[in-house]
Structures are given as C-alpha cells and as structure tokens.
Write a protein that binds this ligand. Sequence first.
Ligand SMILES: [Zn+2]
Length: 411
Amino acid sequence: MFTCDNKRMEDKIKTFSKFGDAGHGGITRYSLSPEAHQARDEFVKRMKEIGAVIETDDMANVYATIPGTESGLKRIVMASHCDSVKNGGNYDGILGVIGAMEVLEAVVDQSIPHRHPLTAMIWTNEEGSLYPPAMMSSGVVCGKFDKEKMLASISVLDKTTTFGDALNASPYKGEEKNRLNPGDYQAMFELHIEQGPILEDAGKDVGVVTCVLGMFNYRIRFFGQSDHAGTTPMHKRRDALHAAAQALCYLHEEIDKLERPELVYTTGEIVCHPCVHTVIPDMIDFSIDVRHEDPKVLEQVLAIVKRLPEREWAKCRCEVQLAWARDTVYFDKELVGYVKESADELGISNQYINSGAGHDAQYVSYIMPTTMIFVPSKDGHSHCEPEYTPVESCTAGASVMLNAVLKEDKK
Ligand SMILES: [Zn+2]
C-alpha cells in the first residue's frame, strides 16, 4: 500500500486558502475570477514541477498529466473544482484538486509504477455562483447542457458580463479536442468533503460514495386577493401568504408521516407579491426541494405535493408545477469496490455513504466509470467559512484515492 504525505497536503491546503481569502477564515473565489486564476496558476506551477503536461479545453477545464509506462493506454483522471460560493470554505472542491495533485506528487516522489497516464484536473464553474447553473462545464462536456446557452449565462452581480465573456478573457480557454472524453480517459475519481455530519457522527475517516441522490424541485403557488391591510376584515380576506404558511406546515406533517429518516426536503425560496407591509399578499410562490435515493419514496412525497390543489387553503387557489428532477445516479460498482478495498487495506475507518449534494462526478458518470470519496466535514458545515476537515482526514482521503487509482491502473 502507498500513502500520501500529510505535510505536503497541509502546505497545499494553506497555500490555496490564500486565493480569494475573504479575511475571516474562508474564501470567495468565483469561477474565472482573478482569485480562481491564481489558484489555477499555482496548480499549473506545481504540476509542471513534477513533469506533468498541461492542457486546457474550450470550457477552460485544466488537465495535468504524467505518463504511464505503457503506451496507448487511456488516462485515469482525478478531478474537482477550485471555485467557491460567496463566503465559502477552504475545502469544498479545492480538496479534490489538491488531492489529485497530491496523488501525482506521491506517484512521482515514490516512483510508484503505473501503466496508465494519470491526470489531475480542475473543472470550471462547478458552483455556478456567479454564472448559473451549477456543474456547468461538466454538464457541457458530458452532454447535459448546451454550450451556447451556457456561454450566454449572465453574471448575477453585474447583470451584464456573460460566462462567454469571462471565458474569452481567460488564459485557460483551450481547445474542444482536449475535453475529457471516454476515448482518451478510462475512469474518473473525485475526492470531496462530505458537506454533512454523517461521517463525523459515525467517527469514520472516509466515506465510500455509492450514489448521488435523486431529487425533484417543485414550485407551489397560491393566488388570493390584494386588499388594504387596515380596512379589510379578517373573514373577508383571501391572503395568499396565510394559505402558503398552512400548506407548508401541512407538507411537513404529511411528509414526516412517511417516517423515512434519510429523506430530506427544503423550502429555500419564497416569492411574495406585492410584498408591501400594508397590502394583503395576492400571490406566494415557494420552492420545495426533495431528495432520496429510492424513487418510490420520492413518488410518495410527490403524491402529497400533487394533492395540495385539491384542498382548501384560506380561500386561495393553489397550483403546483415541476421545476426539475433527476434520478439517483449510481457510481461504477467496480470503482466503488476499489475505494472500499483501499480504505480497508490502509486500515482507514470507512463506511458507505450517498451524496445529497450534486457534484461534477455525477455528470461524468454518464460518459465513463466514475466514483467519489468523501472525508468528514466538522460539525457538518459546508458552503460557509467554518467549513473544516482535519488535514489527517484529507490525507487519508488522498491515500485512498491513490490506491484505488492504482487498482484501476492494474485492471
Ligand atoms: Zn464541491
């Protein structure tokens, strides 16, 4: 068994935490921003130092490859993203990039024999914080998103610059022929923080990820009547917010009756019209995001949502509409097995886990064998500045990835 180097990992974590340092323990590093380019420059500098060849594709994804001993074999790639959400942490995404770098560094440093070329990679714009949607480049490369539509995505900050503008201004924009593709690549691994509390609560160092949860996202709308807040008697009102509040409580009660502890659901967005403190709202539109591995459970929740319009809600009309949905994405069984075996053989405590969050790996799994490795998130925090994973866990995750890659290399 081979292991990664804790000191070298720590140095990388500290160094990359400087790029976009927001001054209170975390980073803001939007995709293709000057800060994100600093992180890429550091990646390229360090990868060139170990003799890797650098390539970029038309979505500015960056690839650093060291050769294998046999010619004509496909590459094995390890990838994640270096962009963050606003006031995000020092681990989401970048840990997978650092872990990929660390694996290549360990292979070169210890002269670990390997047949296939090995690639460390950065995906562009995973978070979609500045230019929505999330997982943009993996979506384009893996055929999920239309590139032209993505190029037209407008900055949520200045409402003017497009993703295409940012891409054209980036020195990392390369050629389409360099894209990750199943003809040149055999498999992809992604190391990532869990972003939830399960591994920490269980006292495990590594999560062997089996799937990304299926989900649906509905919009639920209530239509009432706007009237004066001071002159309209309560019994004459058709208050859309009152209706929506009742419906939201009803949803929680009914969904909780299913008694599925792994089921998660969230109302994170609400639109109120006219949103004036002296006017009774005539329209409320809220989201519900529901996630579970089993499509049958999702269908049970869906049935509850779809029944809403049949009920009486403070004399308001109710409408429900599907925004989007995705099926559970299962990772490659053989690669999942390599991750499990590697963790066991290294004596690293581990368990199977699923991912409630989306990742580039889920789109890549459409085009080639793919899997993920999780490490614990302290107190389950993520997408925030307190996001933290002890360096020993980060190194354990990288060591598991190294050995899993070597198993794939022998195949
Ligand atoms: Zn991420």
